[in-house]
Write a new protein. Structure first.
Length: 390
């Protein structure tokens, strides 16, 4: 098995950007949108959110009128949202991740992602086929049967959530079974360092990916385990939560993805997850941009004094005043009362100048605190809840 899935992984930045620009313009043409001159032009297009998909699909079932094609399956995710799926070669692009995880011909992958309504099972199965591996379509649950099947068929690799493999291994130990699993490709949950070390101690290399039902694979770990490398067929932007405005490189923000899958052209799809771009390239030799991985949820909607305050409202406040660089809502309590402080980055000197806008846009009155430009943390938070719920 070659080190890389294909030559795309090691191409130059210029070659990658040129190919992606051509591909994204092909996608935009399906919506009747004018061609972009550079990839940076994506920032001028609207963001598509899951809530938008729910409304669009309710009006035009099943896919909201989007220009989908070559569809073989329909899946359902919470919302509900209906996702198309294809059977062409590695439709969700998971083979690239499995290859990086060392899975290939001769392997038997015990696929413990769900096959019922949701696409996760099919996503990983198509990736296994792309690297020439055999699949045991185990799905979820029935751990005793899973352990027995793993031994009987000689499963060498695991695909599933990070924690379920541990249950299978422990069940196998209790049953006196010896398993041959040496590699694990996981997603759909947090891979804590202690859990990864547990697998290492048992001789299992465990790598994780970041994927969604709508987009397929977005980013993945290589054996270097220094961040997550972006897939070659997506364009990822990191934006200020509640907006479509890209943050400076290295700052935390919401992951917005443009898919280059010609069968399901999602443009600037907001995942609702936070991450940040890492500088430089991976030591493994793959040249695409890396992100830090999952760093929390971008939807920081918080109820203060009985009213919801949303990131979009904070963005509206910033947009209302040219002299505001950034803003951050901080929720606290004094006694049994909710308190709201709006910290504003500005060179202005009079908090009263913004009090009316705070009440109008956020629908709440609160203390306005002015801070100099650069004073607010670049951690992706625009609403910070400091209240204790213990």
């Amino acid at each position: 098995m070659s080190t890389y899935f294909d030559a795309l992984e090691t191409r130059s930045r210029d070659a990658r950007e040129a190919a992606q620009l051509e591909a994204v313009n092909t996608q935009l043409a399906k919506y009747g949108i004018d061609r972009l001159e550079t990839l940076a032009g994506l920032a001028g297009l609207p963001v598509l959110r899951k809530s938008d998909l729910v409304a669009m699909q309710a009006a035009q079932p099943p896919f909201g009128g989007l220009p989908v094609s070559n569809i073989a399956h329909v899946f359902q995710s919470p919302g509900p949202i209906y996702e198309p799926g294809g059977i062409s070669h590695d439709w969700w692009r998971m083979g690239r991740f499995l290859n990086a995880a060392g899975i290939g011909p001769g392997d038997i992958v015990q696929n413990c992602f769900g096959y019922h309504l949701t696409p996760a099972g099919m996503i990983f199965e198509s990736g296994a086929r792309a690297v020439g591996a055999m699949v045991l379509p185990a799905g979820t649950g029935q751990t005793e049967l899973q352990a027995r099947a793993a031994m009987d068929v000689g499963a060498t690799a695991y695909a599933g959530t990070p924690d379920y493999l541990k249950l299978i291994l422990e069940k196998a130990d209790a049953m006196g079974l010896s398993l041959k699993i040496t590699r694990a490709a996981v997603g759909g949950g947090a891979l804590f360092p202690s859990l990864r070390q547990y697998y290492v101690d048992r001789g299992i290399q465990c790598l994780q990916c970041y994927a969604t039902a709508d987009l397929g694979n977005v980013a993945y770990e290589s054996p270097a385990m220094e961040g997550m490398i972006l897939d070659e067929h997506v364009i990822v932007e990191i934006v200020t939560p509640g907006t479509g405005d890209p943050v400076a490189e290295g700052e935390v923000g919401e992951i917005v993805v443009t898919s280059l899958n010609p069968d399901y052209p999602l443009i600037r799809f907001a995942t609702g997850d936070l991450s940040a771009v890492l500088p430089g390239e991976s030591p493994c030799g793959r040249t695409n941009t890396r992100i830090k991985g999952w760093m929390g949820r971008a939807d920081q909607t918080t109820k203060i004094k009985g009213m919801f305050v949303r990131p979009e409202q904070v963005a509206q406040l910033v947009a209302k005043h040219d002299e505001i660089a950034r803003a951050r809502v901080v929720a606290t309590r004094e006694g049994e009362m909710d308190m709201m402080t709006v910290r504003i980055e500005t060179e202005a000197g009079d908090p009263a100048a913004f009090e009316g806008s705070v009440a109008e846009v956020l629908k709440l009155k609160g203390k306005v605190e002015l801070v100099p430009p650069g004073a607010l943390p670049r951690d992706g938070l625009v609403i910070e809840d400091q209240r204790s719920y213990d």
